[in-house]
Design a protein around this ligand. Structure first.
Ligand code: FES
Length: 308
């Protein structure tokens, strides 16, 4: 990958200390999600359930915006000494802290499905933002208890805002530098017109998926289910895992579980049913040619948008 500030901070021996921190926190996060019944919490925090979009970046926007509003109100107070600003500042900071807790939980949930330097950068970003949140909590506590003499809490808040600008940036580098959470099917060219695959329909065995290159860099996972031929994208939208090597799950084994981080997709609709993936797979129509070859083309609105 191209060299970025974040990558320079974490690569090689320099970033080894982050592995120990990541190991400890990964144990906590992974351990929690191994508790039976926690799957819906995980899916909500990834954004797979309810939002149907990554939750963490939606919350971080609110958090960074909230801290920035607090910084502006604090500077205004320092300039004007207008006590009418104090109540508003406290409310904005309290609400921002509440959202920050959700942001931290969703961030660690997403982070625990990363590896390598991406994981190192993620734990640096996450640990720093967690400490910053504690610092803002302290700032609020001082503000509420200090009456009009708030200068220490205000200067603490302004210092933290500078740290927010630095360490939130590292979270952005995870997405823009490493591609964390970016839909791995975003640039694939799903065939919009019928395309013949190098696959005979009678070679398919029931519920034994196969991966077939369909041209233009797009690979389909084709599965025969009770006589019907179903096809979705073969690369997991989360991080590109090979879905054709995944396990078929669900009551009728009509869903596929990614072998890398356990996202589950419907074979019928391509929908992401469980995270960490939040984006659906392209879903394809299938038919069998007169010669017995399987043919596919994009189905549905979402696939049509990416179709060629
Ligand atoms: S690549 Fe992560 S769940 Fe599939």
């Amino acid at each position: 990958m191209p060299e970025t500030v974040g990558d320079r901070l974490v690569r090689g021996d320099k970033g080894k200390w982050l592995d120990a921190l990541g190991g400890a926190l990964g144990g906590v996060v992974g351990g929690f999600y191994r508790i039976p019944g926690t799957r819906p919490i995980k899916d909500i925090l990834h954004g797979t359930l309810v939002l149907r979009h990554p939750l963490h970046p939606a919350l971080t926007d609110v958090v960074v915006g909230g801290y920035t509003v607090v910084a502006i109100l604090d500077v205004l107070f320092l300039l004007q000494r207008d006590a009418a600003l104090l109540g508003s500042t406290d409310v904005v900071l309290a609400v921002t802290l509440l959202v920050a807790v959700g942001s931290i939980l969703s961030g660690y949930t997403d982070w625990n499905e990363t590896f390598g330097n991406e994981r190192r950068l993620g734990i640096l970003h996450g640990a720093a933002m967690s400490l910053i949140t504690i610092g803002y909590g302290l700032s609020l506590w001082i503000r509420v208890g200090a009456g009009p003499d708030r200068d220490p809490a205000i200067f603490l808040g302004l210092g933290l805002w500078v740290l927010v600008a630095v360490f939130a940036h590292l979270g952005g580098e995870m997405v823009f530098g490493y591609g964390t959470g970016v839909n791995r099917q975003a640039w694939t060219h799903v065939p919009g017109k019928w395309r013949r695959l190098d696959l005979r329909a009678d070679a398919l065995e029931d519920r034994k998926p196969v991966r077939v290159e369909a041209g233009d860099g797009f690979a389909a996972m084709v599965t025969k289910v009770d006589g019907a031929i179903l096809a979705i994208g073969a690369a997991c939208t989360h991080a590109g895992g090979p879905l054709d090597q995944g396990e078929l799950v669900g009551p009728d084994r009509l869903d596929v579980k990614c072998p890398w981080h356990g996202s589950v997709f419907s074979l019928r609709t391509g929908a992401a049913l469980h995270g960490p993936a939040t984006m659906d797979e392209p879903v394809l129509e299938t038919r069998t040619s007169a010669e017995g070859a399987v043919e596919i083309r994009a189905r549905g609105r979402r696939s049509a948008a990416a179709a060629s």
